[in-house]
Design a protein around this ligand. Structure first.
Ligand SMILES: [Zn+2]
Length: 117
């Protein structure tokens, strides 16, 4: 916020407008918090910390409407669901391999029993 939203005087980083006396300290704090969260979210996405990134993006979007943050949140959610699908596919493949291995073991044991004595 560079100018007072009421009288358009320059705020010069001060929360109190020198012309009309409006106190913008709360909106400025919210703006700063949103900027901090935005940077934090981008950093977490870059590090692959998707669950934390999702939380940070949720909080940032409650403070500030932003097409960039909305797009980033959609991306993070897509990545998370793709990750879950991959994990499920891997678990399924693991089960198939284990059941094939135990079927082979049963055949081997049958063979061993049949050839004993
Ligand atoms: Zn003002």
């Amino acid at each position: 916020m560079e100018r007072c939203p009421v009288c358009r005087a320059r705020l010069k980083g001060e929360p109190l407008c020198v012309r009309c006396g409006c106190d913008w300290s709360l909106p400025l704090q919210i703006e700063q918090r949103a900027q901090y969260l935005e940077r934090n979210a981008v950093m977490r996405v870059a590090k692959g910390e998707l669950a934390q990134a999702e939380q940070v993006l949720d909080e940032a979007l409650r403070l500030k409407a932003s097409p960039l943050l909305s797009a980033l949140l959609a991306f993070v959610r897509e990545q998370q669901s793709a990750g879950r699908e991959l994990q499920q596919a891997e678990q399924g493949a693991g089960k198939t391999l284990r059941s094939r291995a135990s079927a082979r073991l049963r055949e081997l044991l049958k063979f061993v029993h049949a050839n004993q004595g």
